[in-house]
Design a binder for this molecule. Structure first.
Ligand code: C2E
Ligand code: MG
Length: 587
């Protein structure tokens, strides 16, 4: 049943009806499109006007032959009958409420009732508000799973928080992200993906209590709002049950899939808490759960609150970094391991925040600040700047007769959320560079965010003559495989690989397999992270002919890079850059 209100009204007064006026009233009763009825206390229609037949498709005789609850939506029966029972004890009250009635064709009509009990009869007028209710429901529900959407979730959360005044319990929000959903969508198709989402929403709804809300925010993100939770521990236990429930296989079509979920939990006992803030906190906790690897639960606690504060501070500073010229590119040559001229040079971002007391040195490295930039549009602005600066540098070197490709790292968002090829084309044209002056480095992780889009974007870029390198190959994997149908030229073996090969048979096998795969596919393999002579020797022993690492050349500002005649790295001592930026660190 929908909303319900009660209005007190005084006893009937008015002129006594005459025969003539009764006739007119009867005609009105017949003609009006509003639904008018009298109902006996045992719940049967005793009088109905013809409008009922038009609206519900039943004859009046049929409607009168059964108790009214047999026409009602099962979910509405109990609350409506309870309301009518209460109304019989307070005859002066007008009850307003909505109830769904079944049409003869099986569909449901929402009726808005105004009814009053007088003696042994209910006098009622009703209106069809199906269209309005449908629109309201549409606005508040996800069309695929029919679960409440974000708007309704926020409303329910507000109400749940307000009720905290009357209890000692807490309200919990569980932000659920499905780690494998994208792969299912990509490999089994969107239809299977949709079926799976419906299966997931049913399973989540089944395991929750009536008073809780399961909502879908879109994509593979679900949120559970649970009230009457005692404490953090109970909220985490619920999250654990959610993860377990999703691990049970789902049957979708002929396939069986189980889901790995990451769940972030936020909890509040403050009736004044902001539901939007709670949702953000649960989201942040979910990200941390995801970062800690695969299946995970995380509670938004004090340490996470501090971390978020710190991140916001850094992000604020980073926003100013571009206009204040605090970003720089360092360049690290990519070299033949037998010695000789560089075959490429990777542009690596550095940040030198000025005027900040005690800035943590690690903030200068991209691994610290780029993930923060990646959470907003900042990464795209920074990416644009990197591409532009790298192209300008390539042009400068070309004028000096050095024509090696400069490699630029591309983030997931740049790869899948903008027209990368157009952007690259613009920059090449502006700097009057041929496509071969540039190489784009993308990681498998970025590709997996949206493989279809990524493939298209890379194919378009490739048509410009730009080469493509797959970055961080072999990172954290126990075996090697390359994403299919990518227009690759180069694979870059993650630095962790060469650094763990020594004495580790498995890693050595992975390294060797990557080289073999590259050779089969006609790709260049680059061993990144060569720091020692031993590692250099191992890379060569494993048939890798190109490398990049501190032993060969550190990343340094452009004017410190030696591209023409890198000393025989194999024989001589590691070369040190001649020019250092004052105050800058080298990595
Ligand atoms: P990456 O693309 O794998 O870059 C290679 C990283 O290995 C660089 O780290 C480089 O400094 C480091 N490296 C090279 N040789 C050695 C070595 O012998 N030993 C050790 N320990 N490290 C070595 P860096 O500059 O800190 O960059 C980290 C990551 O940040 C990069 O990994 C790349 O994914 C990302 N990144 C850097 N610049 C950009 C950028 O302009 N845009 C984007 N989207 N990402 C960038
Ligand atoms: Mg790279």
């Amino acid at each position: 049943m929908g909303s319900h209100t009660t209005t007190s009204i005084g006893p009937d007064a008015g002129p006594e009806p005459t025969l003539e006026s009764e006739g007119r009233i009867a005609r009105l009763f017949e003609m009006t499109s509003d639904l008018l009825a009298t109902i006996s206390l045992d719940g049967h229609f005793t009088l109905l006007n013809p409008a009922w037949e038009h609206l519900l498709g039943w004859t009046r005789e049929e409607l009168q032959a059964h108790p009214i609850h047999e026409f009602m939506h099962p979910d509405d029966v109990e609350p409506t009958l309870a309301l009518m029972l209460a109304g019989t004890h307070q005859p002066a009250q007008m009850e307003n409420f909505t109830t769904r009635y079944r049409h003869r064709d099986g569909s449901w009509r929402w009726l808005l009732w105004s009814a009053r009990c007088d003696g042994d009869t209910w006098y009622a007028a009703a209106r069809d508000v199906t269209d309005r209710m449908w629109l309201e429901r549409q606005a508040l529900h996800d069309p695929l799973t029919r679960l409440p959407n974000r708007l309704l979730l926020m409303d329910r959360a507000r109400q749940a928080l307000m009720r905290l005044n009357r209890s000692n319990s807490v309200v919990a929000m569980l932000f659920i992200d499905l780690d494998r959903f994208k792969a299912v969508n990509d490999n089994l198709g969107h239809e299977v993906g949709d079926q799976l989402l419906i299966g997931i929403s049913d399973r989540l709804a089944e395991m929750m209590r009536e008073s809780d809300t399961v909502a879908r925010l879109g994509g593979d993100e679900f949120v559970i709002l649970a009230s009457d939770i005692e404490n953090d521990g109970e909220a985490l236990a619920l999250a654990e049950r959610v993860v377990e429930a999703l691990e049970e296989p789902f049957q979708v079509g002929s396939a069986e899939v189980s889901m790995l979920a990451s769940v972030g939990v936020s909890v509040s006992h403050d009736p004044e808490a902001d539901p939007e803030a709670m949702l953000r906190e649960a989201d942040v906790a979910m990200y941390r759960a995801k970062r800690t690897g695969g299946r995970g639960l995380e509670l938004f606690d004090e340490s996470l609150r501090q971390e978020v504060k710190e991140h916001l501070k850094i992000e604020g500073r980073l926003r100013k970094a571009l206009p204040q010229h605090e970003l720089l590119l360092a360049y690290q040559p990519i070299l033949p391991l037998a010695g000789g001229r560089a075959v490429g040079c990777e542009a690596l971002l550095r940040w030198h925040p000025s005027g900040i007391e005690g800035a943590d040195a690690s903030q200068l490295l991209p691994s610290t600040f780029l993930p923060l930039a990646a959470e907003s549009d900042l990464i795209v602005q920074i990416g644009n700047w990197v591409l532009h600066s790298a192209c300008e540098q390539a042009e400068k070197w070309r004028r000096q007769g050095i024509s090696i490709p400069i490699s630029v790292n591309i983030s997931a968002r740049e790869l899948t959320e903008m027209d990368l090829a157009e952007r690259v084309h613009e920059e090449l044209t502006y700097c009057r560079l041929p496509g071969r002056a540039l190489c784009l480095e993308v990681s498998e992780e970025a590709i997996l965010r949206d493989p279809e889009r990524a493939r298209e974007a890379l194919a378009d870029v490739k048509r410009l003559g730009v080469s493509i390198a797959l970055d961080n190959v072999g990172a954290g994997h126990s075996s090697i495989s390359l994403p299919r149908n990518l227009p690759l030229d180069t694979i870059k073996l993650d630095r962790e690989l060469i650094q763990s090969v020594d004495g580790n048979k498995d890693r050595r096998a992975v390294f060797a397999a990557a080289i073999a795969l590259a050779q089969q596919a006609g790709l260049t393999a680059v061993a990144v992270g060569i720091e020692t002579r031993r590692q250099l020797a191992l890379a060569r022993e494993l048939d890798c002919s190109v490398g990049q690492g501190f032993l060969l050349h550190h990343p340094v500002p452009a004017d410190g890079v030696r591209l023409r005649e890198v000393p025989g790295a194999v024989t001589s001592a590691p070369w040190r850059p001649l020019v250092r930026l004052r105050g800058s660190r080298q990595h």
